[in-house]
Design a protein around this ligand. Structure first.
Ligand code: MSP
Length: 515
């Protein structure tokens, strides 16, 4: 893997406020970004908002405001929300920014120059009563009648520019076939391939009836419609195609499964047309439902920002992050239930919190708060130390494979093993026998070392709690001690903890009073 790492989220529609789905993708990307920084890579983590298009116009009309005002106000909420949730993005791109618009104009100019864009006609359906465009699929499902008035939809045809997607589709297909890591998970890759094999039409990229968008450089009567504008954000944020950037190609575009097709086919086709390298991996994750049902405001099961903030205030933001990453193997659909949240919170409190608490408390009580020197001699010691030493490698492999659930649980599993080790070695009994003082030193020293590595490995998942835990162990989580990647430094520090003064064992995950 390169020493730089570029990760993106989709850019979100700011026609409403952020909710669980948006925060989920962003937290997953944040976890990846944090890991790669920890491993010493130079990371660029991009998120942002997708502000043009019909949805923005319609929502603005509903609220009797302009699309620009709506975008400003809701993009601000996305920015503030991500800040409040400690998201470590390096940039936030808005498609209404001048830097984006001028580079998109340049992109379209290049596509025009290559002859990859031509003027044709777009045919569609219109609901006159609702003043609304209806897609062919929806129109067909409604038997070509208005869903509201039942009156027949009117057919219309309007001029539109097309991008020669069909011409690029075989190249995109060949690329996907030759690069198994390009689309993940694999099941999604197969879906894309079978759809590609069924044939791909050219892509309508402009609307003459819409004013809210980036103008076609050759025809100010048209604005770009949706995908060329939106997908370009991944390169315009870097200054491409005008300036080269060492961050391109992206390492991972993290997206929800419903927008995979656009990323897997339109985006590579555009990049091929621009002679730019293709991203290394597109990862399409699953969708959240709530209590087994699609989240909806009317059902009252919508996990909105207010609810997430409540969970964060009650259980901590890191507990929410853990739940989101832990709820299902990464890539699968996920169900947000109160019971699962409790289970995952209890796991944090009872496994990680408890292990830290008892280790630190014993070091306080038996060794005056100073980590004693361990002289591992028994199988039990060697087994826990072997697990400890293996953890960074397992973590690297899990992050490389984007198995985010595993990434979140590896450190917890080591804490669980450490708890088992403490149960088996019974330090409270050893403490009663002065002849066993050396053995007690070892048990405490080995436990502290294992916990140090467990907590370090959790820094990407639980940035605040893992850092607090390390501080409890007497370790500065950002310690510049030796130079080199932080994770390596922390692992090194775990082997040299003798003499470290620990904290007082304050609970890491206190249970809320009414829980
Ligand atoms: N603007 C487009 C994306 C353009 S990317 C070049 C868009 N925006 S969106 O606001 O609808 O956000 C979609 C993304 O939000 C999904 O791809 C996913 O990352 C996230 N989610 C929204 N709802 C979700 C769930 N219920 N569950 C999980 N994530 C989902 O599409």
């Amino acid at each position: 893997m390169s020493e730089r790492f570029y990760i993106t989220t989709p850019i979100y529609y700011p026609n409403g406020q952020p909710h669980l789905g948006h925060l989920y993708t962003t937290i997953c990307a944040d976890t990846l970004a944090r890991y790669h920084r920890l491993a010493g890579r130079d990371v660029f983590f991009l998120t942002g908002t997708d502000e043009h298009g019909i949805k923005m116009v319609q929502t603005a009309a509903q609220f009797e405001t302009t699309p620009a005002e709506l975008a400003d106000s809701n993009a601000g909420v996305f920015v503030d929300t991500f800040k409040r949730w400690g998201i470590s993005n390096d940039d936030f791109i808005r498609t209404t920014q001048g830097r984006h618009k001028s580079l998109v104009t340049e992109i379209v100019r290049r596509l025009l120059d290559r002859g990859d864009i031509y003027l044709g006609a777009y045919e569609g359906w219109y609901d006159e009563g609702q003043e609304e465009f209806v897609t062919e699929t929806t129109a067909k499902a409604q038997e070509y009648k208005s869903a509201v008035s039942g009156k027949p939809l009117s057919k219309f045809s309007e001029p539109t520019y097309f991008f020669k997607l069909g011409q690029y589709a075989p190249k995109v297909q060949a690329y996907i076939e030759a690069n198994p890591q390009f689309i993940q998970p694999e099941s999604k890759r197969n879906e894309v391939l079978s759809k590609l094999k069924a044939g791909v039409a050219d892509l309508s990229i402009s609307r003459a009836t819409l004013k809210w968008g980036i103008e076609m450089p050759n025809d100010p009567g048209h604005v770009l419609y949706v995908w060329i504008d939106a997908l370009s954000n991944y390169i315009t944020a870097l200054g491409l195609p005008e300036r080269p950037s060492r961050f391109w190609p992206a390492d991972v575009h993290l997206i929800g499964k419903e927008i995979l097709w656009f990323h897997a086919v339109y985006w590579p086709a555009m990049l091929l047309a621009l002679d730019l390298p293709l991203p290394r991996t597109l990862y399409a994750h699953g969708w959240w439902v709530s209590d087994g049902k699609k989240m909806s405001k009317s059902m009252g099961n919508f996990i909105d920002l207010k609810k997430l903030d409540w969970y964060a205030a009650t259980y901590s933001q890191d507990a929410v992050r853990y739940h989101l990453l832990r709820a299902a193997p990464f890539g699968n659909d996920l169900d947000f239930t109160e019971a699962d949240f409790q289970k995952n919170f209890n796991e944090l409190a009872n496994v990680l919190g408890n292990c830290l608490n008892r280790t630190v408390k014993m070091i306080n009580r038996y060794r005056n708060a100073v980590v004693p020197e361990a002289s591992p001699s028994e199988d039990l010691d060697h087994r826990l130390l072997a697990e400890t030493e293996a953890l960074p490698g397992k973590l690297a492999a899990a992050f490389e494979r984007l198995e985010l659930q595993t990434c979140a649980t590896l450190g917890i599993e080591l804490a669980r093993q450490t708890n088992g080790y403490i149960d088996a070695t019974e330090p409270f009994k050893l403490a009663k026998d002065p002849a066993k003082a050396g053995r007690l030193d070892t048990v405490l020293g080995v436990s502290a070392r294992a916990l140090c590595v467990a907590l370090s490995s959790l820094l990407p998942t639980l940035p605040h709690k893992a850092a607090d835990g390390l501080r409890q162990l007497g370790i500065d989580p950002h310690s510049p001690d030796y130079g080199g990647p932080l994770l390596e430094r922390l692992v090194q520090k775990s082997t040299a903890m003798t003499g470290t003064k620990v904290g007082d064992g304050t609970a890491l995950f206190p249970k809320p009073p009414d829980a």
